[in-house]
Ligand binder design. Structure first.
Ligand code: P6P
Length: 330
C-alpha cells in the first residue's frame, strides 16, 4: 500500500522526476536504465512530432521496400526506426538493437549494458487513415561480457528476462506506459511543455471484462478453440472492438478490461505478431498490471525464442478472459 500511495501522490510528476524518485527499484543499475528510459522518451517525442505532421508533409504511405517480414514499409516506419536507433545509439546505454525494420540485430558498438527489442511504429498501415499507432519496446540486460562480440545469448532472451518494457501510444493524446517489474505507470505527453507527466499511476487491468478484440474476417480459419471462445463472447453479449492497431486495442483493454487475440490463421499459421518486439513487451506489462498473456497454452514470457522475427499466437488481457479462452478446447 505504501508503494501505491507513494505513486498516487506522484500524479503530475514529470517522467524524469518519477524515474529519479524510483531509481531504487532498478536493481543493479547505477542510472543507466534510467537514462535509457529517458532516451526512449526523447525519441518518442520526435516520432510523435512526425506522426502528427503525417497529413501535412510527404511522409505518408509506402516507400516501396519491405521489412524483415516482407511487410510494406511506410515512410514513417523507416523514420521512426532511424529516430529510435539514433537516440539509443547516442544514449550509449544500449549495445544491440533488435527491430522489426531490420533483418538482423544492429550492433551499436558501445559498452552499453542493455539490449533493446523494438517495434518502432506498430500499426503503421493505419497512418494514412489517422488511426492511433504505437511503439513497443523490451529491454534486456546484456549477458555476455562488455567488450566481447554480441552473442546469441544477448539477443535471443526469453520474455521473463526483461528488465523493463512498455509502449508509446500516438493517439488522441500521446502516452508512454512502462514497467520495470514494479507495477505499470502511464505518462501523458504535454506538447506545449515537451514533457511526459504521470497521469495513470499503478495501472491495473480488471480481472474480467466484456470487450473482445479479434479480426473476425479471418474466422473461417480460426483454430476450433478460438472459434468456440468467440462464440462464448457473443453468447455473453460482449462488445467487439478491433482497431487494427495492437497498441491501441491493448491500451483500451488495459484500462477497461478485455482480451486481444491474434490466433493462427490461414495466412499466418503461427500467428502474425512477433514474440521479440511485440508480444514479450506487452506480456510483461499486462502481467505487471494483473493480467495474463499466452499463446493459447504457454505463458508468453516463458517461450524461448529461436529466431529474431519469430511469430506467435497471442492472447492478452484480463486474466479471467484469457483463462476462459485457454480453457475452451475445440
Ligand atoms: P490484421 C498491425 O499490422 C498489427 O501488427 C497490429 O497492430 C494489429 O493488431 C494487427 O497487425 C492487425 O492485423 O491481420 O487484423 O489486419
Amino acid at each position: 500500500m505504501i508503494e501505491a500511495s507513494r505513486i498516487a501522490q506522484s500524479i503530475g510528476f514529470t517522467l524524469d522526476r518519477f524515474i529519479k524518485n524510483n531509481q531504487d527499484q532498478f536493481q543493479f543499475a547505477t542510472g543507466e536504465l534510467s537514462q535509457l528510459l529517458r532516451d526512449i522518451a526523447l525519441a518518442s517525442k520526435v516520432v510523435k512530432r512526425e506522426v502528427n505532421k503525417a497529413g501535412l508533409i510527404d511522409i505518408m504511405g509506402p516507400i516501396g521496400s519491405s521489412n524483415s517480414g516482407g511487410e510494406s514499409q511506410q515512410k514513417l516506419d523507416v523514420l521512426a526506426n532511424i529516430r529510435f536507433t539514433r537516440a539509443l545509439s547516442k544514449g550509449g546505454e544500449v549495445c544491440a538493437l533488435i527491430s522489426e525494420e531490420t533483418e538482423s540485430f544492429v550492433d551499436l558498438n558501445n559498452e552499453g549494458k542493455y539490449v533493446i527489442a523494438i517495434d518502432p511504429l506498430d500499426g503503421s498501415s493505419n497512418i494514412d487513415v489517422n488511426v492511433s499507432i504505437g511503439t513497443i519496446f523490451s529491454i534486456y540486460r546484456r549477458k555476455s561480457s562488455v567488450g566481447k562480440a554480441i552473442a546469441e545469448e544477448d539477443i535471443l532472451q526469453k520474455g521473463s528476462e526483461q528488465v523493463a518494457a512498455g509502449y508509446v501510444l500516438y493517439g488522441s493524446s500521446t502516452m508512454l506506459v512502462y514497467t520495470t517489474g514494479h507495477g505499470v505507470n502511464g505518462f501523458t505527453y504535454e506538447p506545449t511543455l515537451g514533457e511526459y507527466f504521470l497521469s495513470h499511476p499503478d495501472m491495473k487491468i480488471p480481472r474480467q471484462g466484456k470487450i473482445y478484440s479479434i479480426n473476425e474476417g479471418q474466422s473461417n480459419h480460426f483454430p476450433k478453440s478460438i472459434e468456440l471462445y468467440v462464440k462464448y463472447c457473443k453468447d455473453n453479449n460482449y462488445s467487439a472492438r478491433y482497431i487494427g492497431s495492437l497498441v491501441a486495442d491493448f491500451h483500451r483493454n488495459l484500462l477497461k478490461g478485455g482480451i486481444y487475440i491474434y490466433p493462427q490463421t490461414l495466412e499466418h499459421t503461427t500467428g502474425k505478431l512477433r514474440l521479440m518486439y511485440e508480444c514479450n513487451a506487452l506480456a510483461f506489462v499486462i502481467e505487471q498490471a494483473g493480467g495474463k498473456a499466452s499463446d493459447g497454452q504457454n505463458r508468453i514470457l516463458d517461450i524461448t525464442p529461436k529466431s529474431l522475427h519469430q511469430r506467435t499466437p497471442f492472447l492478452v488481457g484480463s486474466i479471467e478472459m484469457v483463462e476462459k479462452a485457454e480453457e475452451i478446447r475445440g
